[in-house]
Design a binder for this molecule. Structure first.
Ligand code: PGA
Length: 250
């Protein structure tokens, strides 16, 4: 696990941007796994700016998003479909046919999960971007999820609903369910880049770096992946044992 610590959110976003933009420059047909949440917004802004400066093109890039709420319309401002179009896809030259975000029609949700999983099995995600929940979830793989889990419909953890209530008019409006890539799908990616900022993430990041691998903290499984980079600000990295950090940065 490689750990990069930067001073603040802006420099974390810049570091993540440089890794991804270089990857796209070297691999114009890259398949990216994308995340939502507040953390990658700065990274997406930089990708849009680089596209506008003609430094990168998404013309041949394919994307797969990690997850989507179930129980709200795709056009709801808090849906991840809306988020991705608003924060990235509407502003770049990606081919809409190459964009994959799990659909969320409740009537067909089991079939949708199955089909998304089949697509993922046929695809190889080159570079997966991850955020992390304060409970250690990646995608919406909540504590207790099996490491063998593939794409599925999850009942959201109480902590996740509390964390995400800030995006909704009232906590009662936070969806109770979501469709998410499973941990196995995430672990099948060739490279993983996890970004985390703020004191709120410090305890969970310490557990991910130093703790034992346990399904109670889903992100600890990343210790078993051969190519993971954590990009953290000083607050999110503040509880990591310093000696450990020094080794990891070598
Ligand atoms: P955040 O969410 O970026 O809004 O903190 C991360 C997550 O829940 O995965």
């Amino acid at each position: 696990m490689k750990i990069i610590v930067k001073a603040n959110y802006e420099s974390v976003s810049k570091e993540a941007f440089e890794i991804i933009s270089n990857y796209i420059k070297n691999n114009p047909h890259a398949c990216l796994g994308l995340a939502t949440g507040s953390t990658p917004i700065g990274l997406y802004k930089r990708l849009i700016k680089a596209y506008e400066r003609h430094e990168i093109s998404f013309k041949y890039v394919t994307t797969y998003n990690l997850d989507e709420y179930v129980g709200i319309d795709r056009n709801h401002p808090q849906s991840y479909y809306y988020f991705m179009h608003n924060h990235l896809f509407n502003h770049i030259d990606i081919n809409p046919e190459n964009v994959h975000i799990p659909e969320n029609d409740i009537k067909h949700i089991d079939d949708i999960a199955k089909a998304y999983n089949e697509q993922l099995k046929k695809t190889s995600i080159d570079l997966q971007i991850l955020g992390i929940g304060s409970n250690g979830h990646i995608g919406f793989n909540e504590p207790g999820t099996s490491f063998d889990q593939e794409t599925f419909i999850v009942t959201l953890d109480e902590q996740t609903k509390r964390d995400n209530a800030r995006f909704f008019k009232s906590p009662a409006l936070v969806p109770t369910h979501a469709i998410t890539m499973g941990i196995k799908n995430i672990m099948d990616s060739k490279k993983i880049m996890l970004i985390a900022v703020g004191k709120r993430k410090a305890a969970i990041i310490k557990a991910v770096v130093e703790g034992k691998v346990t399904t109670e903290i889903p992100a600890t499984i990343l210790q078993k992946h051969p190519d993971v980079t954590l990009i953290l600000d000083t607050s999110a990295a503040s509880l990591i044992n310093k000696a450990y950090l020094k080794n990891e940065n070598k």
